[in-house]
Structure formats: C-alpha cells, structure tokens
Design a protein around this ligand. Structure first.
Ligand code: GSH
Length: 228
C-alpha cells in the first residue's frame, strides 16, 4: 500500500500479537493485514511479501519489508517513538539491557520453548496406544532439561523486575514487547508455573491491562496459544 503508512502482516495465534500491541502503544496510523494459520503453519500468501513467509512482517511506509520481531520492534520504536517513552527510563534501563533481554527471550528461552512444543506435538501425533510412551519421554525431558532451563530464565526475569513495573522501567520498552510472547506461550502451554515468579506474573497482568494490549487483541484475529 503506497499511502506512506507502515503495514503490519499479522497472523492469528502467533508472536505477531506483540507487534500489534507495540504499534497500538505508539498510536500511529497503520494498515493491518490479517492472515490465518493453515494446519498450524503460516498461509502461503505470506511468502508473497517475504521469502521466509512467517509472521510478523512489517512493510515500512517506503516499501521495505522487515521480518523478525526484534528488528521490527526496534524499527517502530526508533521511527515513531518521538518522546522516548518506550526507550528505557534511565541509566540502568539502557540499550544494553534492552538488547540483552530481547536476546534472552529469542535466543535463550525461545529454543527451549521450541523443544518443549515439539515434544508436545509429538505426543499429540503419536498413535493413541503408544502415546503414553511419548508423553513419558516428554515428562523426562521436561524434568531434566526444559523445566530447569525455564526455571533458570524465569527466576532471572523475576529478579530483573525488582523495583520496577516493566523490564525497561516505568513504561514498557522493546524488551517488554518481545518477552511478552514467550511468557504468553509458556503460560498457555503450561510449561511454567507462573506463581513461582510473582513479579513476572504481576508484570504479565499489568501488560494485559494496558488499553493498547486490549485494542491489539480486538483488532487481531485470535490469540490462543493453548496447545492441542
Ligand atoms: N524469529 C521470527 C519468528 C517468526 C515465526 O516463526 N513466526 C511464526 C508464528 S509464531 C510463524 O510464522 N510460523 C508459521 C510457520 O512457520 O509456518 C520472529 O521473531 O519474528
């Protein structure tokens, strides 16, 4: 669309919900293209805009297509956050912290989440009469690998919220938008017991109380990460 506005390609039940939340926080004019998963995967039309064919994708006002949530979030904040509201509120909440927390969400928690999700899927796809075996493998891996890894990361995240409402200070920053997806996914698929991380639990509720989060949910086409 050549109207100078950015266009968000969003897909239901996916991590692009966090970008929809961010764009609503920025209160900017934008176009929204809604896509729907097909058999859990992204629909073929998403390959028309970017060869990876995944969501989210952001087409900038001047026609450049950006994939990868972390980069899209950075672009949106750097381009449209004129008052610096979403850029961290002080010395401690600086770009190094922001980068580190974004990386933790994507490159550390993300892979553990994928392992766990694949095992959940595998159990679902295993023929009924031997499903118990796959579930047993999953629970062994959960207790020896993914469970302790999640605990390590979520305890760290809980510590990071001491004395502040958001990971980047008194307002959400890029790290908050990015971390929201793994937390939503881990909670929905019961990979973690959020009660063990009370600051993360409160942060999560606080994010979901934000009018921009609610508008994002209304404008999107469903956000159910509950598995199976
Ligand atoms: N690293 C990318 C991941 C994008 C991604 O994998 N999106 C998922 C939705 S949660 C997707 O499109 N999956 C559908 C598919 O791969 O078919 C990002 O951070 O944006």
């Amino acid at each position: 669309m050549a109207d100078g506005k950015p266009t968000l390609h969003h897909m239901n039940n996916s991590q692009s919900q966090r970008i929809l939340w961010l764009i609503e926080e920025l209160e900017i004019p934008y176009n929204l293209e809604l896509h729907r998963r097909v058999n859990q995967r992204s629909p073929p039309e998403l390959k028309e805009t970017h060869p990876l064919g995944k969501a989210p994708q952001l087409v900038t006002g001047d026609g450049r297509v950006i994939a990868e949530s972390i980069v899209i979030a950075r672009y949106l904040i750097e381009t449209y956050d004129k008052t610096g509201k979403f850029q961290g509120d002080g010395k401690k909440n600086d770009w190094i912290r922001d980068d580190q927390l974004c990386s933790l969400a994507g490159a550390s928690i993300g892979p553990v989440m994928i392992v766990d999700l694949i095992l959940l899927f595998a159990a679902k796809m295993t023929p009924f009469f031997i499903r118990w075996l796959m579930s047993l493998v999953h629970s062994q891996i959960r207790s020896q690998f993914s469970g302790p890894e999640f605990d390590l990361y979520y305890r760290y995240l809980d510590d990071q919220l001491e004395g502040q409402d958001y990971f980047m200070g008194s307002s959400p920053g890029r790290a908050d938008f990015i971390i929201s997806f793994p937390v939503d996914q881990c909670m929905a698929a019961e990979m973690i017991d959020i009660k063990k991380y009370p600051r993360v639990e409160k942060w999560h509720a606080r994010c979901q109380e934000r009018p921009a989060w609610k508008r994002g949910i209304e404008k999107g086409n469903g956000y159910n990460l509950g598995f199976v």
